[in-house]
Write a protein that binds this ligand. Structure first.
Ligand code: SF4
Length: 529
C-alpha cells in the first residue's frame, strides 16, 4: 500500500505519543557503577514517582511473602545459611589458588579462559570474540556482570546489537531504561506500562495486545524466538563456577537462558572472580538457598551446568572471561570483603524499608539496595566526599532486616557502619560541612546522661505544635529534614521513664530484654503517643 503525504511534519521519536505512560526518566550512564548523582539526589527524584512506588510496594510484598513461605518449610534453613557462609569464607581465603584450579579445569575441558582487570578490558575481549565470528548481533542471558561493565552500550558503539532475552531485562532494554533490581530488573513497571513499551518499541507486537500477563509473555516469546533461532553467538554471566570440575552454571526461570546456552555455536561467559565455589558438592547448598531467597521458588525451573565443550552437543566454542574490576581491592578489607559472598538473590532489597520507598534508580548504580550500598563504594573505592557513591553507606536505617534474610549471612549493617567510618575518616581532611557542625554541636549533649535527659524532656514540646501525631514543616535548619518527611511528635512518656515504671526491679533472669519489650509494646505505641 502506498502512503500519501498529507502535509503534516513527521514527529521526532521524543514527540511521538507513548502508550501507557511508561516514559523513562533515567539516562543510560557512562559508568554503570556510578551514575553521577548522590543517593539523596536520586531519592529526591524517585520519591516523587508515586506510580513507581506503588509498583515496587506491590512487587516486593509479593516476593517477600513467597520467600517466607518457602523458607518456613525448610527445617535446615539456618544450617544451609551457615554452610553457605563457610563456603564463601573459604573462597575468600583461598581465591588465587581456586581460580588457578578453575582455569586449569575449564581449559582441560576445551574452554578458553581470558582474564580481565577491569570493565573496559572485559568489554574489549567480548567484542573481539564476537567480531572474529563475523556477526553483528548476539543474544544475551541476564547478567549482573555485563550490567556492571555496561557491555550492551559498548557493543552498540562497536556496531554490535545485544538482544536481552530475559523478559524483564528485555523490557528495560526496549524502554531505554536502567534496571532497578538485581533479580527483577523491571520491578518498577506495571503491566500497563509493559504493554505500552511493547506496543511502542517491539516492532512485531500484536496491535490488539492487552495487558494480560499471558498475552504479554506470548508476544515476548514470539519476538525472542526469531532471535534465538538465528543467533550464532551468545553472551551470559554465571551464578557459580566450580573450581574442582571447571563447571559453570546459570539458574533461571524462563528457559531463555537454556536457549542461549545451547543453540548458538559460540558462548561467551563473563564471570566476576568471586563467583566460585571449591567443590561440586557445594552446589547443593546454593541450589537450595538461591531460588527460595530470590523468587520464593523451591527450585529454579532451569538450572544449566556446563563444563567446557562437548563435540556435537551445544556451543562448540566456549570463552570464559574472569573479571576483577575492583574485587581484589575489596578482598583486602577484612570487614568489607564479606560483600563478595553475595549470590545476588535480591532478598535484602525486598525487605529493605529504604529501597522499598526510593526504588533502585535512587542508588545510582546497577547494584541497588543494601548490597549495593556496601558493594558499590568498595568496587569503585569511592568513599571520598566528592564521589557520589560515598553517600550509599548512609542510605540505610540500620534496622538489620537485610542481614536476617541474607542466605549467606552477610552482616550488612556492620559493613555499612564500617564504610561510614571510612567515609568520615576521608572527610576529616576537608572543610567541615553542616552535618559535621551539627554533630559537633550535639556531641556534648549526647555524651552526657543528664544533658541528654533534659534534651529529651525538651523534645516533648513538639506535642504542642504537631497535628495528628506529626509535624509537617519546621523552620531552617530543621526544614532540611521536614521538606521530604514528616516528623513524629514525641510520645507522652520517654522509653527511659516507661522502662523505670514498668520494670521497677529490673529484668528477671528468665526473660530476655526483647521478650520484655515485646510484652509491653502496646503501652508505648498506642496509649502513650
Ligand atoms: S547481600 Fe545477601 S540478601 Fe542481598 S543480594 Fe546478596 S546474597 Fe542476597
Amino acid at each position: 500500500m502506498t502512503q500519501t503525504f498529507l502535509g503534516m511534519p513527521a514527529a521526532s521519536p521524543e514527540e511521538q505519543p507513548h502508550t501507557g505512560g511508561w516514559r523513562t526518566n533515567v539516562e543510560v550512564p557512562q559508568d554503570t557503577l556510578r551514575w553521577g548523582h548522590t543517593f539523596p539526589e536520586g531519592a529526591h527524584k524517585t520519591l516523587a514517582n508515586t506510580q513507581m512506588r506503588r509498583n515496587l510496594g506491590h512487587a516486593t510484598r509479593t516476593i517477600r511473602n513467597k520467600r517466607q513461605l518457602r523458607v518456613d518449610e525448610m527445617p535446615d534453613w539456618e544450617d544451609l545459611r551457615e554452610a553457605a557462609e563457610a563456603v564463601k569464607f573459604e573462597v575468600a581465603s583461598r581465591l588465587p589458588e581456586l581460580l588457578e584450579q578453575f582455569e586449569a579445569n575449564v581449559t582441560a575441558n576445551g574452554g578458553i579462559v581470558h582474564w580481565a582487570r577491569d570493565a573496559a578490558e572485559a568489554n574489549r575481549i567480548v567484542a573481539d570474540i564476537i567480531k572474529s565470528k563475523g556477526v553483528d548481533d548476539v543474544v544475551k542471558v541476564k547478567s549482573m556482570a555485563t550490567q556492571e561493565t555496561n557491555l550492551n552500550e559498548y557493543l552498540a558503539d562497536e556496531g554490535i546489537t545485544a538482544h536481552e532475552t530475559d523478559l524483564a531485562e528485555m523490557i528495560v532494554q526496549l524502554a531505554d531504561d536502567m534496571p532497578s533490581h538485581i533479580v527483577v530488573p523491571a520491578i518498577h513497571r506495571n503491566r500497563s506500562e509493559v504493554r505500552g513499551i511493547f506496543l511502542d518499541r517491539m516492532g512485531d507486537a500484536p496491535e490488539d495486545l492487552s495487558d494480560k500477563p499471558e498475552e504479554l509473555a506470548g508476544a515476548a516469546r514470539a519476538h525472542l524466538r526469531k532471535k534465538f533461532l538465528h543467533a550464532k553467538v551468545a553472551v551470559s554471566g554465571t551464578n557459580m563456577g566450580i573450581a574442582e570440575t571447571g563447571t559453570v552454571s546459570i539458574f533461571e526461570s524462563e528457559g531463555n537462558g537454556r536457549m542461549c546456552l545451547t543453540l548458538p555455536d559460540t558462548l561467551i561467559t563473563l564471570m566476576g572472580i568471586e563467583k566460585l565455589v571449591p567443590r561440586y558438592q557445594d552446589a547443593e547448598i546454593f541450589t537450595q538457598l538461591l531460588p527460595r531467597s530470590a523468587t520464593g521458588e523451591r527450585m529454579n525451573p532451569y538450572t544449566s551446568m556446563w563444563t567446557g565443550v562437548t563435540p556435537g552437543d551445544g556451543p562448540q566454542e566456549f570463552h570464559l572471561i574472569l573479571m576483577d574490576n575492583g574485587r581484589t581491592k575489596v578482598l583486602t578489607d577484612p570487614i568489607g570483603r564479606q560483600a563478595l559472598a553475595c549470590i545476588r538473590c535480591g532478598s535484602c532489597m525486598n525487605i529493605c524499608p529504604v529501597y522499598q520507598h526510593t526504588g533502585g534508580h535512587a542508588y545510582g548504580s546497577v547494584y541497588p539496595g543494601p548490597i549495593g550500598s556496601i558493594l558499590t563504594p568498595q568496587l569503585t573505592q569511592g568513599l571520598d566526599d566528592d564521589d557520589p557513591v560515598h553517600t550509599l553507606p548512609f542510605a540505610s536505617s540500620l534496622c538489620g532486616a537485610c542481614a536476617e534474610v541474607c542466605p549467606v549471612k552477610i552482616d550488612i549493617p556492620t559493613i555499612l557502619i564500617h564504610l561510614r567510618a571510612r567515609s568520615v575518616d576521608v572527610k576529616r581532611r576537608l572543610v567541615p560541612d553542616m552535618w559535621d557542625v551539627a554533630m559537633n554541636v550535639t556531641a556534648p549533649v549526647m555524651s552526657n546522661g543528664k544533658a541528654w535527659l533534659a534534651a529529651t524532656e525538651g523534645v516533648k514540646a513538639t506535642r504542642l505544635i504537631g497535628k495528628d501525631g506529626r509535624i509537617g514543616a519546621l523552620p531552617f535548619p530543621a526544614s532540611l529534614w521536614t521538606r521530604s518527611r514528616d516528623l513524629p511528635i514525641a510520645p507522652k512518656e520517654s522509653l527511659r521513664h516507661w522502662w523505670k515504671r514498668t520494670h521497677p526491679e529490673g529484668i528477671t533472669p528468665s526473660r530476655t530484654a526483647t521478650d520484655a519489650v515485646d510484652a509491653a509494646q502496646p503501652d508505648v505505641t498506642e496509649e502513650n503517643r
